[in-house]
Write a protein that binds this ligand. Sequence first.
Ligand code: HEC
Ligand code: HEC
Ligand code: HEC
Ligand code: HEC
Length: 145
Amino acid sequence: MSKRFLTILTVVLSGVIFLAAGVLVAADKQEVPDEVILQNKGYKKDKKGPVKLTHKKHNVEYKVACAECHHVYEGGKNVWKEGDHVDKCNKCHDPKKKNKKTKAMKLQNAYHKNCKNCHKALKKEGKPTGPFKKCNQCHAKKKKK
Ligand code: HEC
Ligand code: HEC
Ligand code: HEC
Ligand code: HEC
């Protein structure tokens, strides 16, 4: 191979590697949403309307740490840390049944336990909190079909 050809090959290849690395980084740099509308599919019955979570506000104003809501368990410990990839809750929590192997509870229970337990505990401490009794303070009215 000529020297010139090798130089061109090197330039082209490093360009490809550079681009691929850029794409990979971009693919894992997740946007942290301001708001999330929770409306999963696959429940036995979809009885209730969607729930809006003021995602950013919970973190910034209410000072709730990311790891209060996001986790990856290894040996019973939450090893998820800020900057790690975030999976949707339904990746591990099934809407229909508890996962016997991982012990991940049903999706509805996972949300209710996460959201309501925190609100309830804050109320007990006499602090400002979110709803845990009235369903429609979280669930929007369901549209008639
Ligand atoms: C703190 C907020 C909050 C409160 C209060 C709350 N829920 Fe939920 N609930 C959620 C979230 C979040 C989901 C997940 C929504 C989804 O995936 O569509 C959910 C899911 C559900 C589901 C399964 C999805 C569906 O539409 O069938 C049911 C049933 C449900 N809730 C019933 C209730 C009832 C009944 C009450 C009142 C006693 C209540 N919830 C109060 C947050 C709340
Ligand atoms: C009060 C609970 C809570 C807090 C605090 C919280 N999150 Fe979330 N976050 C959620 C929920 C619930 C979702 C929606 C998950 C779903 O759709 O299943 C979500 C979604 C996300 C998503 C989008 C995932 C996707 O694929 O759609 C990212 C990224 C994320 N959160 C990162 C963060 C980071 C970083 C922090 C801290 C700065 C944080 N979250 C704080 C509950 C929370
Ligand atoms: C990567 C898989 C995975 C994802 C994604 C995940 N969970 Fe879990 N979660 C688990 C497993 C496994 C357990 C059971 C851990 C145990 O009991 O040892 C669990 C336990 C829980 C518990 C009970 C223990 C605790 O931490 O309070 C709640 C509540 C919960 N999850 C809510 C959520 C919510 C809400 C989301 C989305 C914001 C979510 N999970 C996303 C795997 C996951
Ligand atoms: C670890 C604690 C914690 C968790 C987990 C949590 N919240 Fe909250 N939430 C708060 C606090 C604190 C406030 C309000 C404090 C205030 O008014 O100053 C609040 C307020 C709210 C409000 C009323 C005000 C608003 O911003 O909309 C709603 C609705 C709400 N939360 C829904 C949710 C849902 C849905 C989830 C689960 C996906 C959730 N919260 C999980 C602590 C928490």
